[in-house]
Design a binder for this molecule. Sequence first.
Ligand SMILES: Nc1ncnc2c1ncn2[C@@H]1O[C@H](COP(=O)(O)OP(=O)(O)O)[C@@H](O)[C@H]1O
Ligand SMILES: [Mg+2]
Length: 253
Amino acid sequence: MTGAATGPMIRTIDLTKNYQVGPETVHALAGLSVDIEEGEFVAVMGPSGSGKSTFMNLLGCLDTPTSGHYELAGERVSEQTTDQLAKTRNRKIGFVFQQFNLLPRVSALDNVALPLMYGRVPRVERHRLAREALKAVGLGDRMGYHPQQLSGGQQQRVAIARALVSQPAMVLADEPTGALDTRTGIEIMALFQTLNKQGITLVIITHEAEVAKYAERHILFRDGQLISDERVADQGDAAADLAALHTRQEAAQ
Ligand SMILES: Nc1ncnc2c1ncn2[C@@H]1O[C@H](COP(=O)(O)OP(=O)(O)O)[C@@H](O)[C@H]1O
Ligand SMILES: [Mg+2]
């Protein structure tokens, strides 16, 4: 992991983001101060329009704040230029999206290898790393498949492998189970829990309590403000829940 020896993985200090819509200023993020440590598994929750995606875009270096500071692994990100931000993003952050965002016309292997194209990794090495990442998400036997030949859950696994392939400091996921049925959603959460146990820092956005219960910390937004920040007392075990679901289905047949 690339976290600094001291200090949190993420530190935001009075971070704000305003959008100007005609004469109106929308305070999408209204002065957020939060620390996230290396190795944490955080769920960002809140109703639609509460600022979750805005927060994610700032954490992911996809956007710049109106004011305030953001430090990622000891680096002051909020003062970086667009070029520097792009480098930080490629080196330190893996992204997972609701709609998977895979390239439709290329194999799972090439989708996963794609982020390494920007990092001057030789082709043979790119494919070796992509194979490893696909094995890590349980898709060692689907490397040559194109996205439309895979189920939704498998496509999301490919996207997770792509997020992991450059060994980022953290993975950000915006509604990663939003396009999946309940059971497949739990499967993805089981994978996230496995990755988190291996030390990966995870920040996922969700508005579903059934998904958030597998994280270890809940950050709740309303109207661009953090209204609660709690360690989860009874974190769910997604693998155990899947096994129980399986047993119930067998009994029902
Ligand atoms: N590009 C934009 N331009 C104007 N307003 C925006 C833009 N993006 C988000 N907003 C507004 O900022 C607020 C927070 O949005 P968002 O972060 O997408 O919330 P969430 O992800 O929790 O649904 C909302 O009021 C939304 O309408
Ligand atoms: Mg959103």
